[in-house]
Each structure stands twice: as C-alpha cells, then as structure tokens.
Unconditional design. Structure first.
Length: 115
C-alpha cells in the first residue's frame, strides 16, 4: 500500500484532522488541564467531596447546638436544674443520703474465670 493508495483510503481524512496543529495543541491543553494543572479535575473532585463532608458536619453540629439550646432553656428553671444535677452528677442536699439501685441486667456479671 503506497502513499497514493493511502490518500484514497477512508483513514486519510481522519489522519489529516488529527495531525492538524490546532487539534494537537488543543488535545495537549485539555490533557494538561484535566490531569496536571493545579486546578485539575482530580483536585476539584477531591474538594467537592471535602465540601460535602463539611456540610454534613455542619448540619450535625447545628442539630447539636439546637439540642444544647433546648437543654439550656430547660435548665433556666431551678427545679429542672436541681433534677439535672441530681441525675447526672449525683449531687445531694445536706443531711440527705443517696442510694443507687442497680438492676441485675444492667450489671456486668463476672464470669467464673474472673472470680
């Protein structure tokens, strides 16, 4: 297959287009921008994933803030504050005794080897 036969084949126009200087420069530019540039497609995808993760964290923290605000609002009442202190920190009044009752199913039972 000589050069004259190749010019008549169906592949010659395709080779002519792809050998064009403009196409080669454009292809090199696209490859550079997608893979090698500091603002490459890979970096954009990583940053988008990080943004999504931070947005989820932000939503979680907003919910936690709303819960804490509700607790603070409840603790502004002296009776609720006393109840919270007694339940969470086992605080007591003077001359008062506290008995902690633990049920058998809430205790970690020792196995025969640990005894």
């Amino acid at each position: 297959m000589g050069w004259s036969n190749f010019k008549k084949s169906k592949w010659y126009p395709l080779l002519k287009v792809f050998s064009s200087l403009y196409v080669l420069v454009l292809t090199a530019f696209l490859i550079w921008m997608i893979f090698f540039d500091t603002n490459s497609l890979k970096i954009h995808l990583e940053l988008n994933q990080e943004i999504e993760k931070l947005q989820k964290t932000q939503e979680f923290l907003k919910e936690e803030i709303a819960k804490d605000k509700k607790i603070i609002e409840q603790l502004s009442d002296p009776k609720q504050l006393e109840k919270f202190a007694r339940e969470q920190y086992f605080l007591k009044k003077k001359n008062e005794e506290i008995y902690l009752i633990e049920y058998e199913d809430s205790l970690r039972l020792l196995s025969e080897e640990e005894r």
